[in-house]
Design a binder for this molecule. Structure first.
Ligand code: ADP
Ligand code: MG
Length: 374
C-alpha cells in the first residue's frame, strides 16, 4: 500500500535520542512537522521537533496520542514495546510494519533471518541454562562470546569466555533470558552496509564503512573502507538480499566481519539509521537520515554517492571538552553535537566528520587533533 506523505504532514518518531534528532533535522529541511515520544523531557530529538510527548515507551495512551497527531509513524531504536507496536500496526500508519523490528529485537531470530537470506553468521549455539552453555562450549570451542538475545548494545549484555574457569560473567547473563553463544572470530576488519528500502520497494545502499571499535563502542568509521572491490561488491549484495528477503521498509544497518581469507560473516542488524552511517551527513549526496525519511514517506530514494573520503570519529563524554578546545582546527571538520545535558564517560555526545581528499589525509588530521589518543 504505497502512500506518499507530503511536506506539511507530521512524522511521529518513537524514541528521542540522537538518531531521532538527526532524522528530525532532515525531515524539517524537507518541510515536515515532527512529533516525538520519549520518557525524558527535552530529549535530543524533542529539542528540534514540533510536538513532544513525554512518556515511557510502553505507555499505550501516549502512543495513541502520538498516532493522533501523526500522519506516519517511525522509530529510532529497536526496542519498541510489543503491545505499542501491535496497536500502532493495527490503528496507525506504520509503513515499516512490525516484522523487521521483531527480527532484530532478538539475536536468535536475527541469525535465522540472516541465514535464510543466504548469508553466513558466526557458528552459534542457543543457550537457556548452564547445561546448554557447557554443551555450546564443547561444540564451538573457546574463545566464545555469550550474548543475551534481547536488549544488548555497545557490548552490554555480553561476556567473552576465553577459558573454562572464565564463566562466571557468562553464567550471570543467563538470568536475562535466552542467550546465544558465538564462536569468537579472529576477523581482519569490521565493516557495515546501510541499506534503505522505500514503501514502493526501491532499494539503495550507502558506501561501505570500515569500523573501529574501542571497548565495544564504535570509535571510528573510515569511508571508503580499505577493502577489495570484489569483497565490497559481495558485502553490498548480501545486505540487499537480506533487505529483500525480509521484505523490509526503512533503514537496515548490517554489521559484518571480514576474515583474512575474504569471508564475510554478518554480525548483527539494526532496523534504523546507524552510528556507522553518520559520515553520510557530510560526505554523501544524501544522508542516511534523509534517506530514511524519503523511504517512509515514499519519495524516490536519493543518490547515496560518496562525495569525499571521510573519517567519522565518535565524541564520547570524555572527549567533549578536548573537542571544544580544538574548534579553531575544524575548517575541514563538521562537528555534530546531540544536545545531551550531561557529558558522562562513554556516553555518545556527538561525532566529528573529518573530510579530506584521501583517507590518509583524513586519518592524519584525526591523529593531529590528538583528542582520541589519550
Ligand atoms: P552490540 O553492538 O549490540 O553491543 P555486537 O554483537 O555488535 O553487539 O558486539 C560488539 C562488538 O564485539 C563487535 O563489534 C565486535 O567487535 C565484537 N564481537 C562481537 N561478536 C564477536 C565474535 N563472534 N567474534 C569476534 N568479535 C566479536
Ligand atoms: Mg554491534
Amino acid at each position: 500500500m504505497a502512500k506518499r506523505i507530503v511536506p506539511g504532514q507530521t512524522i511521529g518518531i518513537i524514541g528521542g535520542g540522537q538518531l531521532g534528532r538527526m532524522m528530525t533535522i532532515a525531515a524539517k529541511e524537507m518541510g515536515y512537522r515532527v512529533a516525538v515520544m520519549d520518557p525524558t523531557k527535552d530529549s535530543p530529538c524533542a529539542q528540534v521537533s514540533d510536538i513532544e510527548i513525554v512518556a515511557s515507551y510502553d505507555d499505550l495512551d501516549a502512543a495513541k496520542k502520538l498516532a493522533e497527531v501523526s500522519d506516519v509513524i517511525t522509530y529510532e531504536f529497536e526496542n519498541v514495546d510489543h503491545i505499542v507496536l501491535g496497536w500502532l500496526e493495527e490503528n496507525a500508519y506504520l509503513p515499516q510494519g512490525s516484522e523487521l523490528i521483531k527480527i532484530t529485537q532478538d539475536r536468535a531470530n536475527e541469525k535465522k533471518a540472516i541465514v535464510r537470506s543466504g548469508a553466513e553468521v558466526a557458528p552459534y549455539f542457543l543457550v537457556n541454562n548452564i547445561e546448554d552453555l557447557q554443551a555450546g562450549l564443547e561444540e564451538l570451542g573457546m574463545p566464545a562470546v555469550l550474548k543475551t538475545c534481547r536488549g544488548g548494545y555497545d557490548g552490554k549484555g555480553q561476556a567473552v569466555i576465553k577459558e573454562t574457569n572464565d564463566r562466571s560473567d557468562a553464567e550471570k547473563l543467563l538470568s536475562h533470558g535466552q542467550c546465544v553463544l558465538e564462536k569468537w572470530l579472529s576477523f581482519e576488519k569490521e565493516i557495515s552496509v546501510i541499506v534503505t528500502r522505500s514503501v514502493s520497494g526501491e532499494v539503495n545502499t550507502f558506501p561501505i564503512a570500515e569500523n573501529i571499535h574501542v571497548e565495544n563502542i564504535l570509535s571510528q568509521s573510515i569511508v571508503p573502507a580499505r577493502i577489495d572491490a570484489q569483497i565490497a561488491q559481495k558485502a553490498t549484495e548480501k545486505a540487499i538480499n537480506l533487505a529483500k528477503s525480509i521484505n523490509m521498509v526503512g533503514t537496515l544497518a548490517v554489521e559484518m566481519f571480514l576474515t583474512t581469507d575474504g569471508e564475510i560473516f554478518i554480525n548483527e542488524l539494526a532496523p534504523r539509521p546507524h552510528n556507522s552511517g553518520h559520515y553520510t551527513l557530510n560526505a554523501c549526496e544524501t544522508s542516511q537520515f534523509e534517506q530514511h525519511i524519503r523511504a517512509v514517506c515514499d519519495w524516490p530514494l536519493g543518490k547515496p554517492d560518496l562525495l569525499k573520503p571521510v573519517v567519522m570519529a565518535n565524541i564520547l563524554g570524555e572527549h567533549l571538552q578536548p573537542v571544544l578546545e580544538k574548534i579553531d582546527q575544524f575548517s575541514d571538520c563538521k562537528l555534530h553535537l546531540y544536545g545531551k545535558a550531561e557529558a558522562k564517560v562513554k556516553r555518545k555526545m556527538g561525532h566529528l566528520n573529518i573530510l579530506a581528499n584521501t583517507i590518509e589525509e583524513a586519518l592524519d588530521k584525526y591523529e593531529s587533533l590528538n583528542i582520541w589518543n589519550n
